[in-house]
Design a protein around this ligand. Structure first.
Ligand SMILES: C[S@@+](CC[C@H](N)C(=O)[O-])C[C@H]1O[C@@H](n2cnc3c(N)ncnc32)[C@H](O)[C@@H]1O
Length: 280
């Protein structure tokens, strides 16, 4: 349904885990020490990778609301994660089938202390980010937004054509992914500004994928996806792209290819009280 298969999400999950920014994780865990029980909203949760990573680190009493609009991904998440949640005894999970655009009003921020997402932000539009920042600000919820693509793609060995491919991919990133015109690699900076305007403290740090020859399957999947995206932007370059792809695939297959893909992690928090408290 969404174009993100469970197979793709499990292929990228180990690279995401390695790439996450440790300084921001430490800040998040410091903040966690000051909370008692925690309600977390995980936006576009897919099969639950973000929760699988964060919940064991956050520890203590936790209630997670995992939200996605793809029923197959949510069902898989439920199947895989419910036994784990039962075993921990103090992490309770709830799965919500919602479209983050059409069903936004149904999303409940009440009592949420932490809003999180991974591999989502580059898909969203400026309008959608404003809504997100507004709702978080109203409830003074902290935000931990991981692994947003930053526009950087660096292959080794380098090849003529790398830069033009990167530019086509980045133009494709700005097309509509269901949230309105996507902000792509500008999304993190835009969210940081919106949050600072609401007196949040915001930290942004890199969380790059550094893929070596042992991650050939992930490199191949990225190569195919990017060539398809580039073809949508520049169909007239089909034969140029095909030649470039043949050489890239050859290097991946013979274990000579390295690939760096840039991401940002964002951590934002505030010590001020929610506006609903002021109005009571
Ligand atoms: C790149 S995946 C990331 C999934 C997960 N957070 C992870 O890190 O593995 C993007 C997710 O966004 C979800 N998604 C895309 N558009 C959505 C929408 N309008 N409403 C809810 N979920 C959406 C997809 O179903 C997919 O699970």
């Amino acid at each position: 349904m969404s174009g993100f298969s469970a197979e793709w999400l499990s292929l990228r999950e180990p690279a995401d885990t390695t790439a996450r920014n440790l300084e921001l994780m430490a800040r998040l865990l410091d903040w966690r020490q000051r909370q008692s029980s925690l309600t977390v909203l995980d936006l576009a949760s897919g099969t639950g990778a973000n929760c699988r990573f964060l919940a064991p680190l956050l520890g203590g009493e936790q209630h997670w609301r995992l939200v996605d609009y793809d029923p197959a991904l949510l069902a898989r998440s439920q199947l895989e994660m419910q036994p784990w949640a039962n075993a921990t005894g103090h992490c309770d999970l709830e799965w919500l089938l919602l479209d983050l655009v059409r069903d936004w009003e149904r999303l409940d921020f009440q009592e949420v202390q932490l809003v999180t997402a991974s591999a989502l932000l580059d898909l969203v539009s400026a309008d959608w980010l404003e809504r997100l920042a507004h709702c978080c600000g109203q409830w003074r919820a902290a935000l931990f937004i991981a692994l947003s693509y930053d526009g950087e793609i660096i292959w080794q060995p380098a090849l003529a054509g790398d830069e033009v491919l990167r530019q086509w991919v980045n133009r494709h990133q700005r097309t509509d992914k269901g949230f309105g015109p996507a902000l792509g690699s500008d999304a993190v900076a835009a969210l940081a500004t919106l949050l600072r305007n609401q007196d949040y403290k915001v930290m942004v740090r890199p969380s790059r994928w550094q893929l070596g020859p042992e991650q050939a399957m992930l490199q191949t999947a990225l190569l195919e996806g990017w060539v398809n995206a580039a073809l949508e932007i520049a169909p007239e370059a089909a034969s140029e792209l095909a030649n470039w792809q043949i050489q890239r695939r050859r290097w991946i297959e013979c274990g000579q290819s390295r690939l760096q893909v840039g991401h940002w992690d964002l951590w934002a928090w505030t010590d001020t009280v929610p506006s609903y408290t002021n109005s009571q």
